[in-house]
Unconditional design. Structure first.
Length: 287
């Protein structure tokens, strides 16, 4: 299908990400010239999951583009919880490391929540620490999860009103769904959160002025499940032999949406861009 005539409806995550990167690059230069500080990110990857390796590479390339110093910490699959926590403690104490990212998922024998809680809140570039999550819940949005932060940034850039709008979030994870709901509530939207146990999902999605879908279920959202003019963010991704697919049936839903993110090239680049923006923030406030 040709999307001629629909191009204006596509939220180009790559273009927005470049804009954010330019802002971060300027901030990095100002921090270096004004305070002599180069922001530093430490990433931790346990095991050899190919997708995780790819995500870490993308984050490091983004750091390189804007002048952030990034260091890899690759640990073998058999790494113990104690060894992982010891590394995090070392990075917490390293003054040259301003942001720490623990790449998920971890091998099954490890405990991700304990590890994420071990990261110093002021170095929590991903925004997953309970302290930062708690601040988010009371409206103090500092270091928040990157994907929801990127979605809010996109809505601002496209001048999409949030106050008073009906927002439906499909997926209630700690990474996207729950923090996303909090960020919309902080902006006075009316929020519904749906998930795998929701009865009659279509009844909810049809009411959405803004729809955020993060389930990892290929083409869960069909054209008859969205109302005309909805703004749609597709966070999910499914890799198959013939390509990559989102949670939204993009080819048909774009005909009804006023704005929509593609997969790939939508939310993904925004997430990485917000991560490096968080690293800069960490460096600016904790140098």
């Amino acid at each position: 299908m040709s999307y001629e005539g629909y191009e204006s409806r596509i939220i180009d995550g790559k273009v927005l990400a470049k804009q954010i990167e330019d802002e971060v690059e300027a901030g990095v230069e100002a921090l270096e010239s004004g305070r002599g500080v180069t922001p530093g990110l430490a990433t931790i990857l346990v095991g050899d999951d190919p997708a995780s390796k790819m995500y870490v590479r993308l984050k490091h390339k983004a750091c390189e583009r804007v002048g952030i110093r990034a260091e890899d910490h690759f640990l073998p699959t058999e790494t113990t919880q104690e060894e992982l926590l010891s590394l995090i403690d070392t990075l917490n104490k390293d003054k040259n490391v301003h942001g720490i990212l623990l790449q998920l998922p971890l091998p099954n024998h490890l405990f991700p929540q304990e590890a994420m809680e071990a990261i110093a809140p002021e170095k929590d570039a991903d925004g997953f620490h309970p302290y930062n999550m708690g601040k988010l819940m009371i409206g103090d949005e500092g270091l928040v999860p990157c994907t929801p932060h990127g979605i809010i940034r996109a809505l601002e850039e496209y001048d999409v009103p949030i106050k008073g709008k009906n927002v439906v979030i499909v997926g209630h994870s700690n990474v996207v769904g729950k923090p996303m709901a909090a960020m919309f509530l902080n902006r006075n939207a009316t929020v519904s959160i749906c998930h795998v146990f929701t009865d009659d999902l279509k009844r909810y999605t049809l009411e959405a002025d803004i729809l955020v879908v993060a389930t990892g279920v290929k083409h869960l959202i069909k054209a008859d499940m969205v109302k005309e003019g909805a703004v749609i963010f597709d966070v999910g991704i499914t890799q198959e032999k013939d390509g990559v697919y989102g949670d939204v049936d993009f080819e048909n839903v774009i005909k009804k949406a006023s704005l929509i993110t593609p997969v790939p090239g939508g939310v993904g680049p925004l997430t990485v861009a917000m991560l490096i923006k968080h690293v800069l923030r960490c460096a600016e406030t904790n140098f």
